[in-house]
Design a protein. Structure first.
Length: 205
């Protein structure tokens, strides 16, 4: 970098190069609430949490809310988070659109940006996408269907065979993955015995 002569009082010439680290903190001054979904220390929730921590390097003040993968708990916690009036909330969609539509509408009315992750909330995303509602994660039904189809292919399964699926059909959003698996197996002519994962097991991966 060229140093200006001591007698030159003009502004120094702008140089090319990486911006100072502080200039990358474009989220500084914003407050967000992030739902990793599961329990603190859980294997999948920790991966999600670590990603959010990395994103927080952009300067945002982030509060993390752990929900034990319990849809009712997530809805209650969302309402509590919105009451603190953050700039944004990133929420899991385990509960489905209907369960959280009222609290999301209230948050949006307050100017809080809401976005989804891990489990889609397609109705709410369509309704609020112009104000920032997006989605990060897999499309669960197609992911489940692909899993079921690949299982049929790898193990040479077909008509007359029987499978047991242990899943979460009772959860409006998250259960789409389970539904996809079952549909793929049944489309291959298999008989499926289904067992719902109980709440205690679901909370502790």
């Amino acid at each position: 970098m060229r140093r200006a002569a001591s007698h030159n009082h003009s502004l120094p010439t702008k140089t090319e190069g990486p911006a100072p680290a502080a200039e990358g903190k474009w989220c500084s001054g914003t407050k967000t609430v992030f739902f990793p979904g599961g329990s603190s220390g859980g294997p999948f929730a920790t991966v999600v949490y670590n990603g959010a921590v990395a994103a927080a390097d952009l300067g945002a003040d982030v509060e993390y809310v752990w929900s034990d993968r319990n849809p009712e708990k997530i809805v209650t916690q969302f309402a509590e988070a919105a009451a603190t009036k953050p700039d944004g909330i990133a929420i899991m969609g385990h509960h489905g659109d209907d369960a959280v539509s009222a609290v999301v509408a209230d948050a949006e009315a307050q100017g809080i940006i809401v976005t989804g992750q891990n489990t889609t909330l397609p109705t709410l995303e369509a309704q609020y996408k112009t104000s920032g509602f997006g989605y990060v994660g897999a499309e669960l039904y197609s992911a489940g269907y692909a899993l079921g189809s690949e299982s049929v292919s790898r193990f040479g399964l077909g008509a007359g065979d029987k499978a047991m699926v242990w899943g979460l059909l009772a959860q409006a959003g998250r259960g789409e993955r389970t539904k996809g698996v079952i549909d793929a197996l049944e489309d291959a002519g298999m008989t499926v015995d289904y067992l719902e994962i109980d709440d205690a097991t679901n909370a502790d991966a």
